[in-house]
Design a protein around this ligand. Structure first.
Ligand SMILES: [Zn+2]
Length: 245
């Protein structure tokens, strides 16, 4: 069985979508002691776990990337390609200064560089600790009728591959929202398609073609996700999803 964990921010004002840097360090240290971290498609040992971080905020590069190196861990970073600039000379303090709700406003992604840059994405991939997934182009709810799915699903893959210089084989559904057409297109262009749902997966094939993730944001303790009662909840949901098909 395959556990995939979803995280977003570090030290953000948006508490349900964030962990403190201290909590994240203790949590990742514990993971390094108990599990083997996997990239999509890696052969899953019983102790295998896949860590995924959504939205490629600069706080990932600033806080998490050093921890991945320190504890020798791997993580998948889901990138909304429209918000990624080539590089920046802005100091970290300024890049980390926006409130969560300001990050997607207007030109703030250019003015404050609150997302990882392409230079940083390439550096992280080269380190061997990070793999990149597409998280669509504009981070939209893909189940809305007016959304250009070709652009969001295939266009984002092309943009990332051109700018990074390597293939992108994973797609993370923004907001976990989708319909049949979204899943069909995503599965056509990517080998691994991730959603949310707090369930465990039998394999990298996921359940019904989608790989489920458990929520690793707003942890109350470093081992919260691995406590028996939490695990029971995830397994319960897994059984329900598998029966529903
Ligand atoms: Zn997202």
């Amino acid at each position: 069985m395959l556990t995939v964990v979803m995280y977003h921010h570090i030290n953000s004002d948006d508490l349900p979508l964030s962990n403190s840097d201290q909590m994240m360090e203790e949590h990742l240290k514990l993971i390094s002691e108990r599990f083997t971290t996997l990239f999509p498609g890696d052969t899953s040992a019983s102790s295998g776990i896949c860590l995924t971080f959504d939205d490629a905020y600069y706080d990932f590069y600033h806080y998490v990337f050093p921890l991945l190196k320190k504890y020798n861990l791997k993580a998948l970073l889901a990138v909304p390609s429209a918000f990624i600039i080539s590089n920046t000379a802005l100091p970290a303090k300024q890049r980390l200064s926006l409130k969560h709700h300001e990050i997607y406003n207007g030109d703030n992604y250019k003015i404050y560089a609150p997302f990882c840059t392409y230079d940083e994405l390439r550096e992280m991939v080269k380190s061997g600790h990070v793999m990149i997934a597409s998280h669509s182009m504009n981070h939209l709810n893909l189940s809305e009728d007016w959304v250009d799915l070709e652009c969001e699903i295939l266009g984002s893959k092309i943009a990332l591959e051109e700018n990074l210089g390597f293939g992108v084989d994973s797609f993370v559904l923004p907001y976990g929202k989708y319909n049949d057409e979204v899943v069909r297109l995503a599965r056509e262009h990517y080998s691994y398609v991730f959603r949310i749902g707090n369930a465990i997966n039998p394999s990298w094939d996921g359940i019904g073609g989608l790989i489920y993730r458990i929520n690793g944001d707003a942890l109350k303790s470093p081992d919260e996700l691995f406590k028996p009662l939490k695990q029971l909840g995830f397994w319960g949901k897994t059984v329900v999803k598998m029966i529903k098909g």
